[in-house]
Design a protein around this ligand. Structure first.
Ligand code: ATP
Length: 300
């Protein structure tokens, strides 16, 4: 096999509950991931060494050295297999970079699936999931897709059946936010307020809304504990969220650590209209309609 192509989705967190800061610097999370139809593509071609090239939207913001998560994933896979392998990776980026939609994790998951195939390793999903967990908390979900509850740092996953397709609009924001900075701001605000942080708990009403496919109920139960911190760092996002609500979004939240704003629509037509209104009124520079849940990293 000389070339392999894998398609990997972005994610939005429909619930992100952040527990108290642990001694190891992490937080216990209850993280309900939902994979949506904005895809990066990872192509892997036979080569002597592991390299990466990035094309498409956002490509200028992605490193192409050893810090690229796709390279790190390919190296981890080769190490796991116990041999030296090479691959020229080409990432076609559509997922916003540093946007709270797990774009880097998606590319890492894509590289794992692509190189597993290119190198003829035939490793089962469980092995790839284990390697993925070491690469980052969101990488296992990028492999798995669908809708899932993540606990621990977010990497222990349990798949959730959903009762239908949900329609979304995503408004990426210029500049990006560093996930680490948003968590640090969240900790700072919590310390400043002196309020005791409760242990994170799965929202049963949200589970029910997902299970029955009820977009109205899901919209009213979307939650993100990082939102206050993200809005503190990027106050301009509040107006974007408000504009979405005014145009009939069933729910409007910051996606993960932001700054992408996520809006839940009634159906596909409403999602298209909502995306059009957000850009026409200048509330968002760009807005993309998408749906979920979709499959995780797959060969195409
Ligand atoms: P998450 O939602 O998982 O917190 P994010 O979507 O906010 O992450 P990413 O797009 O994954 O953020 O990018 C975070 C940083 O990782 C970027 O600023 C970039 O420098 C670096 N990075 C490394 N590899 C990649 C990659 N393949 N794609 C995107 N960013 C990458």
């Amino acid at each position: 096999m000389s070339s392999v192509t894998v398609r990997v989705p972005a994610k939005v967190n429909v619930q992100l509950s952040v527990g108290p800061l642990r001694e190891d610097g992490y937080h216990d999370l209850v993280n309900v991931f939902h994979a949506v139809s904005i895809f990066d593509e990872v192509v892997a071609k036979e080569s002597e060494s592991i390299t990466v090239q990035v094309t498409g939207d956002w490509s200028d913001q992605v490193p192409t050295d050893g810090s690229n998560l796709a390279i790190r994933a390919a190296q981890a896979l080769a190490k796991h297999a116990g041999r030296t392998y090479g691959a020229d990776l080409v990432i076609k980026k559509a997922i916003p970079v540093a946007g709270g939609m797990a774009g880097g994790s998606a590319d890492a998951a894509g590289a794992l699936v692509a190189c597993n195939e290119l190198w003829g390793l035939g490793l089962p999903l469980e092995d790839l999931m284990e390697i993925a967990g070491d690469l980052g908390s969101d990488v296992p979900f990028s492999l798995m897709g669908g809708t899932a509850v993540g606990t621990g740092r977010g990497e222990q996953l349990c798949e959730l059946p959903t009762g239908g397709t949900f329609h979304w609009v995503f408004a990426p924001a210029d500049g990006g936010l560093s996930t680490a900075n948003v968590y640090a701001e969240c900790d700072r605000l919590r310390e400043e307020s002196g309020v005791e942080v409760p242990w994170p708990k799965l929202n049963d009403s949200l589970m029910e809304a997902l299970g029955t496919g009820d977009a109205y109920a899901l919209g009213s139960h979307l939650s993100n504990d990082l939102q206050v911190a993200a809005l503190n760092l990027r106050p301009d996002l509040a107006a974007t969220l408000d504009a979405g609500r005014q145009h009939g979004a069933l729910g409007a939240i910051v996606s993960g650590s932001g700054p992408t704003c996520a809006f839940l629509a009634i159906d596909a037509t409403h999602a298209r209209d909502l995306a059009g209104s957000l850009t026409a009124t200048g509330a968002a520079r760009t807005a993309v309609a998408a749906h979920g849940p979709v499959q995780g990293a797959i060969l195409v």
